[in-house]
Design a protein around this ligand. Structure first.
Ligand SMILES: NC(=O)c1ccc[n+]([C@@H]2O[C@H](COP(=O)([O-])OP(=O)(O)OC[C@H]3O[C@@H](n4cnc5c(N)ncnc54)[C@H](OP(=O)(O)O)[C@@H]3O)[C@@H](O)[C@H]2O)c1
Length: 316
């Protein structure tokens, strides 16, 4: 098994990107990170030999510059909420097509594209439909390009915006009104996603394949909320919202700045975030369970948070 020596990572500054860059660098790969915001990418500087390049993947000149000399590219660009300036179509569908064309021009022959579980142009939300169109664009325009698509379920890790969102929510709320309380999820650890990307780059059998990535455990959203509450030593009453109330809650939340939930997110939950098949054997490892990873950092963070709150409340 031999992999590429120089890899360009798009979306490197994000939650998954930081783990992917570190994982690739640990394997002796020279990593180049393209970012629109070099300040946000500063945590990447701790990775030895990483090259951080300022630019946007939506610009052909920036892309060509970033691809120059690379043997492979990893695309981690994605958004959960669209805006007028950055619609899902541009970020999830047009960008992969642009990237495939740029790879052809630059002579880069290998791409690992991170999409999302249940991406489908006929899916229940615009998020999933745009993800599906992005995968289709790669299949259509990827001739001569060796593509692997990874489709993770929700991803957990120290800096995630999933478990941490609920950890922050349960703290002040004795009763948690929860949309999609019974919807099932199969979270996968960020380090396992990073390792999957690295393995795909090394393993020729993954070329032309798509893999769903899930962890070993299936949980309802309510179980997940109770899990993070329990880790903080809290007992919470979860009230499952009926569909109409969940829709109303999402409508209100999506009009707040920096929305935590939108009606489109709610629609995505119609496709339960669970895998229909086991973790891909070709990747050569077994994924880790939430219970073996999260307590180590979340319980300690919960204690620190409560101590800080106690200090504030006593004016210290
Ligand atoms: N986290 C999850 O639970 C989860 C689950 C399934 C799939 N995924 C997918 O996995 C990938 C990585 O997720 P993540 O959690 O690491 O996301 P993230 O933390 O939000 O990072 C996304 C990265 O994409 C880039 N980006 C964001 N909006 C962009 C835009 N409009 N145009 C160009 N670049 C943009 C950003 O790079 P710069 O700002 O540096 O340019 C950022 O580093 C995404 O494709 C995501 O959809 C994530």
């Amino acid at each position: 098994m031999t992999g590429p020596a120089r890899v360009l990572v798009l979306g490197a500054s994000g939650f998954v990107g930081r783990s992917v860059c570190a994982c690739l660098a640990q394997r002796g790969i020279t990593v180049r990170a393209l970012t629109r915001d070099t300040l946000k990418a500063r945590p990447l500087q701790v990775i030895p030999s990483i090259e951080i390049v300022a630019g946007t993947p939506h610009d052909d000149t920036d892309l060509a510059r970033a691809l120059d000399g690379a043997d492979a590219v990893v695309n981690l660009v994605g958004i959960l909420h669209q805006s007028r300036r950055e619609p899902f179509e541009k970020v999830h569908a047009q960008l992969p097509a642009r990237l495939a064309r740029a790879c052809h021009r630059a002579g880069v022959r290998r791409l690992v594209h991170v999409s999302a579980l249940h991406a489908d142009s006929g899916g229940p939300s615009e998020y999933l439909r745009s993800r599906g169109r992005g995968e289709e664009a790669l299949r259509a325009g990827g001739a001569g390009l060796a593509v692997t698509v990874l489709r993770p379920s929700v991803i957990f890790g120290r800096d995630d915006s999933f478990l941490n969102l609920f950890a922050g929510l349960v703290w002040p709320l004795p009763v948690v009104p929860l949309a999609g309380a019974g919807v099932r999820f199969q979270p996968v650890w960020v380090e396992d996603v990073a390792q999957s990307v690295a393995r795909c780059l090394e393993e020729a059998r993954t070329v032309g394949e798509s893999y769903d990535l899930c962890g070993p455990g299936v949980y309802t959203l309510e179980e997940i909320v109770q899990f993070v509450a329990g880790l903080q030593g809290l007992k919470r009453l979860v009230v499952a919202l009926p569909d109409w109330a969940a829709y109303a809650q999402a409508f209100v939340l999506e009009h707040l700045p920096g929305p935590v939930m939108t009606r489109d997110n709610l629609a995505s939950m119609k496709a339960e975030s669970v895998c229909g098949c086991p973790f891909p054997a070709v990747l050569g490892f077994a994924p880790s369970a939430m219970e073996s990873i999260v307590p180590e950092y979340m319980a300690a963070a919960g204690l620190r948070g409560r101590y800080a709150q106690y200090r504030r409340s006593t004016g210290r």
